[in-house]
Design a protein around this ligand. Sequence first.
Ligand code: ADP
Ligand code: ASP
Ligand code: MG
Length: 413
Amino acid sequence: MIITVQKFGGTSVSDEQSRRHVLRHIVREHKTGHGLVVVVSAMGRRGEPYATDTLLDLIRDNGNTLAAREKDLLLSCGELISAATLTSVLCAEGIPAVALTGGQAGIITDASFGAARILDVQSQAILQHLSEGRVVVVAGFQGKTEDGEITTLGRGGSDTSATALGAALNAAVVDIFTDVDGILTADPRVVSDARPLSVVSYEEICNMAYNGAKVIHPRAVEIAMKAGVPVRVRSTFSDGEGTLVTRSETVRSRPGWTDRTVTGLAHVQGVTQLSVVTEDGPYDLQLRVFHAMAANGISVDLINVMPNAVHYTVKEIDSPKAIGLLRELGFEPRVRENCAKVSVIGGGMNGEPGVMAKIVGALTNQQIRILQSADSNTTIWVLVSGGDMAAALQALHAEFGLHLESYGGGMGS
Ligand code: ADP
Ligand code: ASP
Ligand code: MG
């Protein structure tokens, strides 16, 4: 049996009107006779009654007294309500459907409540329902441990549920339906002329996602990549094809493909830059600094190491702890708060001369200071002040021509 997985995000299932759009996509797929597994997120965004953030607000005033296990019980409810509600829509339309919790769907995780990793997908129950002609609606973002404890997979984790099920069921495709037309060249909330890409490689979108592009969870892409399952990111509210995420060889073999140096931009806000500079520093300066960070569970990024200095960034939330640790070591760090990391990403920039020159040129033209930078063969990162972030993204987007219809890889190319 050919199996398709469709995942609908929070805004796609938030109200009756949006659920009619969801229904349209489900009906169309159901009519093909393919087995259909539908993964849903909790309904809506913060403030709407059953959204994940609204559930979190219920316990906000109690500090962190609720254990992670119980917090997961609470958070899992959003997706359960959503799955049962959508199933009622399908049944009312005469489409045989069944709703399953993540655990009932066979998603087995470790016991890291709040950020559980999927260990196994036991797909017998789903296959049984599919063989009996039902659409299977699965509550995303959750699983269960071997002992039957309910877990959640980390924010944005319904994407991960979808690709994990797609991989286990050897699905023909996993469709991630959301509120934009696909993967765009930048976050449309910051760059208004960002354009949807017709095709990107797993590596490129994984890179974009890890660097802040919220459109799909990076773990979800990793799972799809490992299994070789194609993913499409598309809009619930249109019939557009969206963006196909596939192997880079497939990307390059598509008709009309023109090589592109830069595929897209991503950004992360709320970053603090820490610099430890010493005149005649201890020979083990770097070792002491990074050991202290690691021992205290502080993740570091954008690391520049020099003989008498280290520069790196931490998340804003970790910065007071990181500064305290450095002081305990006898260092007085220079602290730059409210920075943003802007990433310029493209599988085609490897070995391509002049990319950094273009970045520096575009930012200098706008009088934007680069506070730090780093690069890999597919990404160049620049740290800028938070206030400069939007202007930096807009300038880089224009510099690389990402807004142009003719852009190699834009829709329909
Ligand atoms: P869902 O609830 O459907 O999972 P998300 O809010 O998690 O939706 O992801 C979709 C949002 O991701 C879009 O509304 C958009 O603002 C944001 N986004 C950030 N970067 C990108 C990008 N490069 N392409 C598309 N959307 C992006
Ligand atoms: N509802 C969860 C969240 O808001 C999971 C998801 O939407 O993917 O993080
Ligand atoms: Mg999401």
